[in-house]
Design a protein around this ligand. Sequence first.
Ligand code: FRU
Length: 323
Amino acid sequence: MKKYLILLAAVTMLLASCSGKKEISKPEEESREEVKPKWTLGMSQCNLGEPWRVQMNQDIRNAAKNHPEIKVIFKDAQNDSLTQRSQIEEFINADVDLLIVSPKEAAPMTPPISAAYDKGIPVIILDRRILGEKYTCFIGADNKMIGKAAGQWVVEKLGGKGKIIELKGLMTSTPGQDRHSGFREGIKGSDIDIIFEADMKWLEPEARKEMESALARFDKIDLVYAHNDPGAHGAYLAAEAAGREKDIVFIGIDALPHEGQIYVKQGILAASFEYPTGGKEAIETALAILQGRPAKKEITLSSRIFTTENIDSGGEFIERFSK
Ligand code: FRU
């Protein structure tokens, strides 16, 4: 009898422990389900060669980390349009829930982005545009307005006349085109003479090379307008190597706190125009789209100018130039 009772107790304990396991495993599964992302986002970055693009990815990461319901997969096209095109196609084939793209060039990136959009994948485009309207939302600052403000600032700075160099960003990308046409508008009617212009493709080494040619050709250069800060810095390094950096004013665009703003503080650049990455806004918009809330088709970010005079007080919004 005693043996029987011991056996019964053992069986009861075993059963209890089995059923106990079941009870524990249920909430575990539920809590795992809670943190499991509901949506996968594909982020196609055209390159990570410049600090500005590293910052864009970081801004996206920072904004996304507060939202366990989304997971972002990053791909870097290493500044090659064909690579970016196939990476976008990979995202489409993987059936991502939403696509964020910062395209290298407008024309080659239009077909794959349009294909994603036609398939019903929402697409957020950052900073550089594509051709046409087949996207869900575009986020970026107004490059034409930035270019125009730069032109007006140059007219003010040089007292209406001077010999300048324009180092352009990739002219098959829309910020390059807009920063160029806006600038021309800004200097219209003045005696500013553009004595040399070249496409440095957004790249510091290219800008340095182009500036070396300009320095070899022209004895008098008053100012260099570069479409981004790496370009302005490359031009400065060329002038410094020629011992002429003190005779020339350098201005650029991006004004990252750890890049352009530092150059302004160091006196390398006289001015830098802020170009926000839009990373945070991309995540906010992605969540709105995925949750079925209304989202605007165009989100225009504002820009500040940082100069030697205003950098310590946080710069100044460029809207004053449009008055
Ligand atoms: C980085 C960059 C920035 C510039 C932007 C324009 O690749 O060249 O410096 O502001 O792209 O699209």
